[in-house]
Design a protein around this ligand. Structure first.
Ligand SMILES: Cc1cc2nc3c(=O)[nH]c(=O)nc-3n(C[C@H](O)[C@H](O)[C@H](O)COP(=O)(O)OP(=O)(O)OC[C@H]3O[C@@H](n4cnc5c(N)ncnc54)[C@H](O)[C@@H]3O)c2cc1C
Ligand SMILES: NC(=O)c1ccc[n+]([C@@H]2O[C@H](COP(=O)([O-])OP(=O)(O)OC[C@H]3O[C@@H](n4cnc5c(N)ncnc54)[C@H](OP(=O)(O)O)[C@@H]3O)[C@@H](O)[C@H]2O)c1
Length: 426
């Protein structure tokens, strides 16, 4: 297996990138295919792909322009020295302001209780012989002139609703502040504190790769890796924003052209049964379908005799039935033996996958008693917990166990000892 990693990703391109949703859907869930080229990268159904995004160039430029830095200044980062532009583009997460960065302002702010009155009267920029940029300031008001190399972009506390004191002393206010803001917003509010290029990046979160459950079997989709990606988009303070990696893949990766760093994140546990005759129950609403597309492709190619029961769900059949044609085809050909679809925003009643599980509790219990594997993929915070609870209730109802016994059966028996209750949740 090639030695590509988060720190040393393989640079490749996206060969397909299209929206899986129906025309009127309010979601944007994409099918994204990466080319493995000559990487030597290998994977199995159940693995995840690491994707290394870069930051939006317009955000980098706005930060540079609001600090009056050129971007050529050299800064020290955890990965060594680089230009400020490179640091903001590739080494830090500039799309969400970090708590640590706000915290670090405290020691440097001249007066954190409210606006200061320093105003820029004149600013001259010129380069020295050594090539470094000098910024000369003359100012008036209580803030006085700023030291060489510092920048100022307005009046501290430009946003009157924001007081640094409050943010630093009250975690709820800080959480609320950072939730909707990036460094363009933060510099508008606090830029007049003054930064050297190094101070600007100090406290920013290091850029982290994102993991995606692979939606393909390597034997079925040779030389490629397929993903199912929910694009994160939102609008705060009158600006459209995206999640870092989903925005990168959706908006800034040109098919067959933009280089993207990827690496494999193999799973040890979220794997198909070694014995292909074992049945599999798969619960994967939303993007949780991804590894099950891979599993079904693999089970088809292996000609596995075990039955496959798929629980999928999303908002509406018309808008969010991901991979409808493939799924219907698998159903017709008997590769999906049982198929339950939960549409949460179709009728007057919210239908979730666990509601359909509950309706078929007895049959689920029969499959489990018969040695079936039980897989869950998708949202960790709500769905996976509810499905877990429902599974316990089913085992209690049909396996003649108290809830406590069923909990022990599921969590210690199925999950830990037998390793046939497997989850890929995020
Ligand atoms: C093992 C694993 C497998 C995964 N598989 C998949 C997969 O198959 N498909 C998939 O789509 N994802 C998957 N993910 C999630 C994926 O890794 C990313 O977390 C996800 O794509 C978001 O990344 P991002 O960089 O676009 O968003 P980020 O920049 O990381 O932002 C996401 C964060 O934005 C914040 N946010 C969301 N909405 C708002 C809002 N309105 N205002 C302010 N902030 C908001 C939330 O805090 C959210 O956590 C998986 C994760 C793991 C760990
Ligand atoms: N910013 C955006 O535009 C946006 C849009 C969609 C998703 N996301 C985020 O992206 C991630 C992945 O989203 P996704 O597209 O895979 O879909 P998802 O949000 O996980 O939703 C998939 C399905 O699960 C349902 N669901 C919600 N709560 C549930 C619960 N407790 N039990 C069972 N099912 C439940 C949803 O219904 P309901 O939604 O009707 O409750 C929907 O029908 C999630 O973390 C989500 O928050 C962001």
């Amino acid at each position: 297996m090639a030695d590509w990693s988060a720190k040393n990703p393989f640079m490749t391109t996206i060969s397909q990138n299209f929206i899986l949703n129906g025309e009127n859907s309010r979601k944007e869930t994409r099918h994204i295919v990466f080319d493995l080229k000559d990487s030597g990268l290998e994977y199995k159904a159940g693995d995840a792909l690491g994707v290394v995004p870069t930051c939006p160039p317009e955000l980098v430029e706005q930060i540079l322009s609001s600090t009056s830095f050129s971007g050529d200044e050299v800064v020290e980062t955890n990965l060594g020295k680089c230009s400020l532009r490179e640091a903001l583009s590739e080494r830090f997460e500039i799309h969400r302001v970090s708590k640590k960065w706000i915290g670090s302002l405290a020691g440097r702010a001249p007066d954190t209780s409210g606006p200061i009155e320093a105003k820029i009267v004149k600013r001259t920029r010129y380069s020295t012989e050594s090539g470094s940029l000098i910024v000369e300031w003359s100012g008036e008001g209580s803030g006085g002139s700023l030291p060489e190399g510092y920048s100022e972009i307005g009046t501290f506390g430009e946003n009157p609703s924001v007081s640094l004191d409050k943010l630093i002393s009250d975690n709820d206010s800080l959480e609320e502040y950072i939730w909707s803001r990036d460094y363009v917003d933060a510099l508008r509010d606090f830029g007049s504190i003054g930064f050297t290029p190094q101070q600007l990046i100090e406290g920013m979160s290091r850029l982290k790769p994102r993991l995606y459950s692979i939606a393909s079997s390597p034997e079925f989709e040779k030389g490629t890796v397929h993903l199912t990606v929910a694009i994160v988009r939102y609008n705060h303070h009158d600006r459209d924003r995206t999640g870092l990696c989903t925005g990168f893949m959706a908006d800034r990766c040109e098919t067959d052209s933009t280089e993207v760093g990827v690496y494999m994140s193999p799973t040890r546990s979220f794997v198909l049964p070694e014995d292909g005759s074992k049945d599999a129950i798969m619960v994967g609403p939303g993007t949780g379908i991804a590894p099950f597309r891979a599993f079904l492709q693999q089970r088809e190619i292996d000609n596995s005799k075990g039955r496959n029961w798929l629980f999928f769900g999303d908002w509406t059949e018309e808008g969010e039935y991901l991979y409808k044609e493939e799924m219907e085809d698998w159903k017709e050909r008997g590769i999906i033996s049982k198929h339950d679809l939960a549409w949460s925003r179709q009728g007057s009643e919210k239908v979730y996958v666990q509601h359909l599980m509950k309706r078929q509790g007895e049959e689920i219990w029969n499959w489990i008693e018969n040695g079936a594997y039980f897989y869950v993929c998708g949202d960790k915070q709500y769905m996976a917990k509810d499905v877990h609870r429902t599974l316990i209730e089913i085992c209690s109802d049909y396996g003649s166990m108290s809830i406590e016994e069923a909990k022990d059966f599921v969590e210690n028996g199925l999950m830990k000892s037998e390793k046939r209750y497997l989850r890929d949740v995020y």
